[in-house]
Design a protein around this ligand. Structure first.
Ligand code: 3H9
Length: 685
């Protein structure tokens, strides 16, 4: 293994190079060697100045997040930063890539900073429920003033090198000769100029405190933002060392909070979910042209996503009417996007230039990746695939948009079992791309689908191709859990309210009214499993569509207006309870949230058990990106680990005593509970 830090000596300079791929995170080994290299450079009489730089794609992108929660190995990052700043010899930093968090704090401890013109600089700790904890809250306001410092820390968003220069966060911007430029500047031995001693942004204490008050007034009760403002206030009120002490305590408090644990879990879960075993040994096939079968709602949405990613797209529809409607649908999308300012007229026009509409299957001959979004009419689909088999070029991939049909059988009809899989985009804004792998799918086909998902800016999720894949299985479990609560005494507005307070983006019944009861009803009809409650089916059969028809769980007096609980729905619910002789219970908001989380854990454990997902944390990534689960909670499997798997199994067993059809402990959960293990112990794959 190469050393993560090396010290090079060149014409009176010490050049300290960090080399810890992939992002040069400042883990213990890097910190120890950096401290040693600094000490050697300072002790070496031949060295007049020190240059801090990094190999690879970036200057450190932060502290090593994986180390958080473990005992800190000396030197801590704040101590290392203080050591750098205290150097009697000037330290210059050459910054490139994503200079984030602890990486930027390391840079601020240097006496002079030059950034590559494409560098991004930021303090994103807040996105992990943390605060900058290596002097960032103290040095940033000293360097760029209170307002810009708070903006940087509270937004968590990076800024460009140019903006950083204008603010005074860096002293210069350079091109690809960044390191040479910094070495040249170091030879001119600039002065030792510690940020901690700078006062020019703190001369007007009244204005500084007015800014603090302004920002504080905007804060809610989340821990990290409040601690950031407290620490930045302390930068004015306390000596530098006092501010650092406060920052250390505040960082530790944030680190110990459940919100930070949840956000850090989400950070790794989101990255882990995209790791497919096929990526190790296979390469993506080239995809230069996408074909889409069917230009209705799903086909048009996929076409737009592919056009936006720069692909030429051919959409196949039936006859003149079909192609015209598809073109209008896609055109309307770009008009809406342009009107909302999300895309320029020109970009929209360029996207449409890449689009071809046809009713001639032969035109699919140039497609490398064919996405099937045709309605689920098996006879028609089979005929179409037979026609396509003769047309598609060798190696072209056939991807069914949904698992609703027997895709294995369709793969054979299409004459390409190894080239077939499921590619299902889902979630609000369709952030997820579920990649359903069939028995015969070739590994490079899986890798190609992964690359396509990435190109479309979706989170790729690998799953075994079982009906419903992952997101819909979890959605079903979620809705069933809520329906069981309605049956026993809760009302939809209570369930929605409790789950919104819990952090869900939207309540389940509000969501059903929004997406349309008929759609959920159709899906339910295709399921053979028993349903907790038939209320939704009764409403859909009566022609209630939710918002669209003005009534569902709620009644709406105008499109987009807030709904009141629908009294006729309550009557239907009460009738069903009576018919089933249910004994009503008092159900609290806490009961609602706990039962919903337990139901999701139970369903998630089932998916792990059946090998549908690769690991439990995939469930969390899907819940966050597909179903609006609060990211700060980390996902249901993470919450299960916080409760303890033993406790989770015990609670599910208790619920199963009353309702054995609704609740079941999957063997994998039973085993984890018995061995006192956690779901996260299965995340290593
Ligand atoms: C901090 O600094 C606290 C301090 O203030 C105080 C301390 C006392 N640590 O995202 P990617 C891994 S808090 C460990 O796929 P990209 C990541 O897991 C930190 N690992 O690439 C992945 O691993 P793998 C403040 C990290 O090009 C690989 O690197 N900093 C870290 O799409 C590639 O990552 C942040 O919050 C890390 N800090 O995006 C920045 N960062 O290959 C967090 C990345 O095994 N990082 N990894 O799956 C990012 O935002 C993005 O990773 C970055 C690159 C923009 C850098």
């Amino acid at each position: 293994m190469t050393e993560p830090v090396r010290l090079e000596r060149t014409s009176g300079l010490a050049v300290i190079v960090i080399d810890n791929p992939p992002v040069n995170a400042l883990g213990a080994a890097v910190r120890q060697r950096l401290a040693k290299a600094m000490a050697e450079a300072v002790a070496d009489d031949t060295v007049t100045a020190i240059v801090l730089t990094a190999d690879g794609r970036t200057f450190p992108a932060g502290a090593d997040i994986a180390e958080f929660g473990q005992p800190v190995v000396a030197p801590s990052l704040p101590d290392l930063c203080n050591q750098i700043e205290a150097s009697p010899k000037p330290v210059l930093a050459a910054l490139h890539g994503t200079v984030l968090g602890g990486g930027l704090e390391l840079a601020m401890a240097a006496h002079f900073r030059v950034a590559h013109e494409a560098a991004q600089l930021g303090l994103p700790e807040i996105t992990l429920g943390l605060i900058p904890g290596a002097g960032g809250t103290q040095r940033t306001p000293r360097l760029i003033g209170v307002e810009a410092a708070l903006e940087l820390m509270l937004s968590g968003l990076p800024i460009s090198a140019q903006e950083a220069h204008e603010l005074g966060l860096v002293d210069g911007v350079a091109g690809d000769d960044l390191r040479d430029i910094v070495i040249m500047l170091a030879k001119e031995t600039p002065s030792v100029n510690p940020a901690s001693k700078k006062r020019q942004h703190m001369m007007d204490g009244t204005e500084y405190m007015a800014q603090i008050a302004l920002w504080r007034a905007e804060l809610g009760d989340e821990l990290a933002p409040n601690k950031i403002v407290d620490c930045v206030e302390a930068a004015l009120l306390l000596p530098f060392e006092g501010g650092m002490d406060l920052e250390r305590e505040a960082f530790a408090e944030c680190l110990a909070s459940p919100v930070s644990a949840g956000l850090r879990h989400a950070f790794f879960a989101e990255r882990r979910v995209a790791k497919f075993p096929e990526l190790k040994d296979s390469h993506a096939r080239p995809v230069d042209h996408i074909g889409i079968l069917g230009g209705r709602v799903a086909g048009a949405a996929l076409a737009c996503a592919c056009l936006d990613a720069g692909f030429p797209v051919t959409v196949l529809e039936r006859g003149q009417a079909g192609t015209t409607q598809a073109l209008e649908r896609i055109g309307r999308h770009y008009q809406r996007e342009a009107a909302a300012g999300r895309v320029s007229q020109q970009k929209g026009a360029e996207a449409l230039d890449r689009l071809t509409l046809t009713d001639d299957p032969a035109k699919m001959g140039s497609a490398d990746f064919v996405l099937d979004c045709m309605p689920e009419d098996t006879a028609r689909k089979t005929q179409m695939l037979r026609n396509l088999d003769a047309v598609l070029k060798p190696g072209a991939i056939y991807a069914a948009n949904t698992p609703d049909q027997d895709v294995e059988a369709l793969a054979h009809v299409a004459g390409r079992p190894a080239d077939t899989l499921i590619f299902h985009m889902t979630g609000p804004g369709a952030k997820l791309a579920e990649i359903g792998v069939l028995r015969h799918t070739a590994p490079d086909v899986v890798v190609t689908a992964h690359a396509l998902a990435r190109a479309l800016r979706k989170v790729p999720v690998r799953c075994a191709a079982e009906p419903d894949l992952v997101a819909n299985t979890l959605l079903h479990a979620y809705r069933e859990a809520c329906d069981r609560l309605l049956l026993r005494g809760a009302l939809p507005n209570q369930v929605d309210g409790a789950l919104r307070k819990f952090g869900m983006v939207i309540g389940p019944y509000e969501m059903l009214d929004h997406t349309g009861l008929h759609i959920a009803h159709m899906r339910r009809k295709s399921r053979s499993t028993p349903k907790a409650l038939m209320l939704l089916d009764r409403m859909a059969e009566a022609g209630w569509l939710g918002r669209k028809s003005g009534q569902g769980y709620y009644v709406y007096d105008f499109e987009g207006g807030a709904g009141m609980l629908n009294p006729k729905m309550v009557q239907l619910l009460e009738a069903e309870r009576q018919q089933r002789r249910v004994e009503l219970e008092a159900i609290s908001d806490a009961d609602i949230c706990t039962e919903v989380v337990l139901a999701l854990i139970a369903a998630g454990a089932g998916l792990v058990e059946r090998g549908v997902v690769q690991r439990p944390s995939d469930i969390d990534a899907v819940m966050i990106h597909g179903l609006g689960y609060p990211r700060a909670r980390g996902g249901p499997m993470h919450e299960g680990d916080q409760m303890g798997t033993f406790d989770v199994a015990r609670r599910i067993d208790k619920l199963a005593e009353k309702d054995p059809k609704g609740w079941r402990v999957a063997p994998v959960l039973r085993k984890l509970a018995a061995e006192r293990h956690r779901f996260s112990d299965l995340n290593a794959v």
